[in-house]
Design a protein around this ligand. Sequence first.
Ligand code: NPG
Length: 369
Amino acid sequence: MTRLRSVELRLISLPLVRPFRTSFGEETTKDAVLVRIETGEGAGWGECVAGPDPRYSEEFNDEVWLTLRDHLVPSLLDRDIRAESLAGDLAWARGHRMAKAALEMALLDAELQASGRSLAEYLGADKDRVACGVSVGITRTLEELLKQVGGYLADGYLRIKLKIEPGTDLERVRTVREAHPDIALSVDANAAYTLEDAPLFRALDELELLMIEQPLRHDDLLDHAKLQREIRTPLCLDESIRSAMDAAAAIELGACRIVNIKQGRVGGLLESRRIHDLARAAEVPVWCGGMLETGIGRAANLALAALPGFTLPGDTSASQRYFAEDLTEPFVLDPDGTIAVPSGPGLGVAPDPGRLERCTLRIERFGKG
Ligand code: NPG
């Protein structure tokens, strides 16, 4: 147990090296709420995965700020807390998983720094490098898509994921498959289709994809189970899995055969580990999703991805795939397609003070820091 003395919220904005377009819109900057806490033992950083608007999830940056400022932080300030019981302390507030996950990350960072342990070791990692994939946004042209895919393969990425949306799907995926018959290739629809699109999925089923990610509604399990019964390609769920309970239901229903774990989407690293554990017991592979995180959130993702059940390459790409200049020391892809898991205490990284100041849009502090 340690006393929460102060919390600092920061809204930051970093330009992306190239716009990232998905079925729900285009992002040209990475805007995120960072949380820095000070406890009786030390300090820690957390990064919230919410975006600027409520598209991918109900949570978004301005709302996360208010939730933390007016509700979650006041309920914890000057109290004795620890990461393992934080979710229970915050259970009175329904939902708001991304905001809660950012606090939990900061608390884990502080606690583990104080005890000199790395996050990866604490979570139960069994490797010190993780296999990395890359997610390719929707491009304006096929030529641009092939160029981006070719570039990422030359970098060493071990799995290519193509974003798809109605009208920009089969032809593109087929073209990439024909150009690269042997690569690990997957698609991600971000919930843009319905069961009526089953013919499209039957056609995609011919392309030897590693998985089809979140084809149907963000809150659906039943239709995914129906679709999974019609195709051979494993379905993977992202948005539909918000907790270990959701993951257990999805697996039991046959709504997916693979689970994407994003710590922010499920309320934190500890809930992520629960999902990993139950999926592993059910022999369902998991992999670590990405939300264009800065080096802070990326460090947490790499630690998580080092757990034994993460058997598929994650969206844990190198810093330079996103930013000309990351907030932390950059994460670098090895030519073999892996990135080293941070091994220092806590997250093992901290933001560079100068870069942090340059990209900060807003800052607010609470408590006696
Ligand atoms: O490499 O971090 C990354 C991006 C991976 O495609 C990716 N993320 O739907 O999974 C997703 C998508 C996303 C990005 C979702 C940003 C929400 C925000």
